[in-house]
Write a protein that binds this ligand. Structure first.
Ligand code: NAD
Length: 249
């Protein structure tokens, strides 16, 4: 694989879920040293061990992105271990049970906003200072098609992801003149590495973590140096338009 990220240092949050491991492996395969973080220290350590077993450089830490003090300590430790941060992937996310919004407990919608939106803001703030001072950096925030089109049953999640998109566009405007780019990737339905049939998409299948990781790696690479403030929908065409009576044409 081409080493577009050789010599770069990346930090990935929420690495232990469905999409995170694919992202960590792809960034490492392209030559980046990766700070692998997750709520679960075991998940982070196992992934980091996989990277080092492949000859890469990795650092593992437990990180709850809603805890600013812990996040500050982890960012500092990661930079001490691997060097100054070039790439931040805010991948940590949380989805709760589906329910009409009026039935959602206050503590639950607050938690969804806290992890998905505040967690992204906390980590962006920690990365931005150093990136701006060094005049280089790439931030990639995981949003969702829910943040663009809405998602019945998950209004709080849609609000948080819509907030991530608006926040990212705005800091892209602020940080651009300092050489820092900020973009979002909005996955559609990503189940696992084996795509399942999905007739809500125009490609007729769900996506894979590797397909999301490919977009993230591109945005982290020098090939995307002139791209900022964008939100890439990687969703098999799910948001292009509904399938109507004439869909066969
Ligand atoms: N999988 C999809 O279909 C899909 C679709 C749209 C958007 N997304 C977004 O992509 C990202 C990754 O999705 P996924 O499918 O891998 O999710 P997932 O639920 O499989 O994994 C999320 C990871 O985030 C971690 N996490 C949860 N709360 C955290 C916290 N407070 N601090 C740090 N880490 C925390 C979990 O431990 C887990 O490892 C998320 O931001 C998600 O919202 C996913």
């Amino acid at each position: 694989m081409e080493k577009r990220l050789k010599g770069k240092v990346a930090l990935v949050t929420g690495s232990g879920g469905r999409i995170g491991p694919g992202v960590v492996r792809r960034l490492a395969a392209e030559g980046a040293a990766v700070a692998v973080t997750d709520l679960s220290p075991e998940a982070a350590e196992a992934l980091a061990a996989g990277v080092t077993a492949q000859g890469g450089r990795a650092f593992a830490a437990a990180l709850d992105v809603t805890d600013s003090a812990q996040a500050a300590a982890v960012f500092e430790a990661a930079e001490r271990a691997l060097g100054p941060l070039d790439i931040l992937v805010n991948n940590a996310g949380l989805l709760k049970y589906a329910a009409p919004f009026q039935q959602t407990a206050d503590a639950d919608w607050r938690k969804i906003l806290d992890v998905n939106l505040n967690g992204t803001i906390i980590c962006c703030k920690l990365a931005l200072g150093g990136m701006i001072a060094r005049k280089r950096g790439k931030i990639i925030n995981l949003a969702s098609i829910a943040g663009v089109s809405g998602l019945p049953g998950w209004a709080d999640y849609a609000a948080a992801k819509g907030g991530v998109i608006a926040f990212s566009r705005t800091i892209a405007m602020e940080a651009g003149r300092h050489g820092v780019t900020v973009n979002c990737v909005s996955p559609g339905m990503i189940l696992g590495s084996d795509p399942a049939e999905n007739n809500g998409t125009w490609l007729g299948r769900s996506g894979t973590p590797e397909e999301i990781a490919a977009m993230i790696a591109f945005l982290a690479s020098p090939e995307a140096d002139y791209i900022t403030g964008c939100n890439y929908l990687v969703d098999g065409g799910r948001t292009v338009g509904p399938k109507g009576a004439s869909w066969e044409y």
